[in-house]
Write a protein that binds this ligand. Structure first.
Ligand SMILES: [Zn+2]
Length: 141
């Protein structure tokens, strides 16, 4: 992950891949280090690195999720996320790598040559500290 660039931009961008991701709760374990992808910075994907703390119900999707700790999250140090939002960082994981590569193929060409940090606007955090992908906000499940 690159250092934070000097400027940032909010650029709502379609994300057809994350909502279609077929990944189960059991794919992850407490203690795993993961990233939630949020955009592009300096020709690389950019996101929040977090550590899985414990299983936790994800109310917006009504499915099993994970409680995560974001060491740089400040007031939002703990969030609950759906497994399909998460990508393994620390260990080589073929399932997560396929998704990561597909996201790179979809996004990096779109923002080639842009130096600033680009927030693609996929995630919001609810008042209850639950991370919700834009595709999960309406409809609910
Ligand atoms: Zn994985």
């Amino acid at each position: 992950m690159p250092d934070t660039p000097p400027t940032s931009a909010f650029a709502p961008t379609p994300d057809p891949l994350t909502p279609e991701r077929d990944i189960t709760h059991a794919h992850f374990r407490a203690g795993d280090t993961v990233v939630v992808l949020k955009g592009v910075a300096g020709n690389e994907l950019w996101g929040d690195a977090m550590r899985l703390v414990a299983p936790s119900w994800h109310t917006p999707t009504d499915e099993n999720g994970w409680r995560l700790r974001n060491a740089t999250g400040g007031a939002r140090s703990y969030v609950t996320a759906h497994p399909r939002y998460l990508v393994h960082l620390a260990r080589r994981c073929p399932d997560c790598l396929i998704y990561l590569r597909a996201m790179e193929d979809a996004l990096l060409p779109r923002y080639a040559g842009r130096n600033e940090l680009i927030n693609c606007g996929w995630y919001t955090t609810t008042a209850l500290g639950e991370l919700v992908h834009i595709a999960d906000v309406r409809g609910g499940r």
